[in-house]
Ligand binder design. Structure first.
Ligand SMILES: [Zn+2]
Length: 209
């Protein structure tokens, strides 16, 4: 775990280390995924098309509140619009992690029609900010996937209003967005969600308990 973020540059280094950790786990295959940190109006986000296994500070772009690139080399990902919605709707969030894993791809497809994945009765739910017991019900909304990022941004905004306590949002057969008030908290949420998605998907697929 990382110490409390001191400033945006320290957070950026933690973000790059977290992206490399995700790559080592096979969670951002084929240059997929994107990662950001922010401090007030300043936001740093991964440039499009980079191998996250080799991500360094040079791979981050500084974006202003309108999405314009203020500093850095490269093109922002189309998904940068979703980061901006998330930061607007979750004022406490300082870091956002987006990964394409096998388990989040499977579980999001399974629950696309239901519109959410419900996690209940698992000890690891306590990893989420504000959850103190395995008897809590944690809901993660599932959005239909789309290449229309204007539409997707509007849908995301609606889901974040509908599920104020969700620790993450899934895009169906695409991936997971999660966040935290620091890179360390976002990483804890990511690791817990991916663990729980694997458990839930294996349970559903195997028909056990
Ligand atoms: Zn994606």
């Amino acid at each position: 775990m990382f110490p409390e973020d001191k400033n945006l540059e320290a957070a950026a280094e933690q973000l790059c280390a977290t992206a490399r950790w995700c790559a080592a786990r096979g969670w951002v295959p084929a240059t997929s995924g994107n990662f950001s940190v922010r401090d007030g109006e300043r936001m740093l986000v991964t440039a499009s098309g980079l191998d996250k296994g080799a991500l360094t500070r040079a791979g981050l772009l500084e974006i202003d509140a309108t999405g314009k690139v203020m500093a850095g080399e490269g093109t922002p990902s189309a998904e940068t619009a979703l980061h901006r919605v998330l930061y607007r709707k979750r004022p406490q969030a300082k870091a956002i992690l987006h990964v394409h894993t096998i388990w989040n791809t499977l579980v999001s497809g399974r629950f696309e029609a239901a519109g959410r994945v419900t996690l209940y009765g698992y000890e690891l739910e306590k990893a989420f900010a504000g959850v103190g017991s395995h008897e809590s019900s944690v809901q993660v909304p599932v959005l239909m996937n789309s290449q229309d990022y204007v539409w997707l941004a509007e849908e995301l905004e609606r889901k974040l209003d509908e599920y104020p306590d969700a620790p993450g949002v899934l895009l169906s057969r695409h991936g997971l967005y999660t966040w935290g008030d620091s890179v360390a908290e976002a990483r804890r949420h990511l690791e817990a969600l991916e663990f729980l998605f694997e458990v839930e998907e294996r349970r559903q697929a195997g028909g056990s308990f």
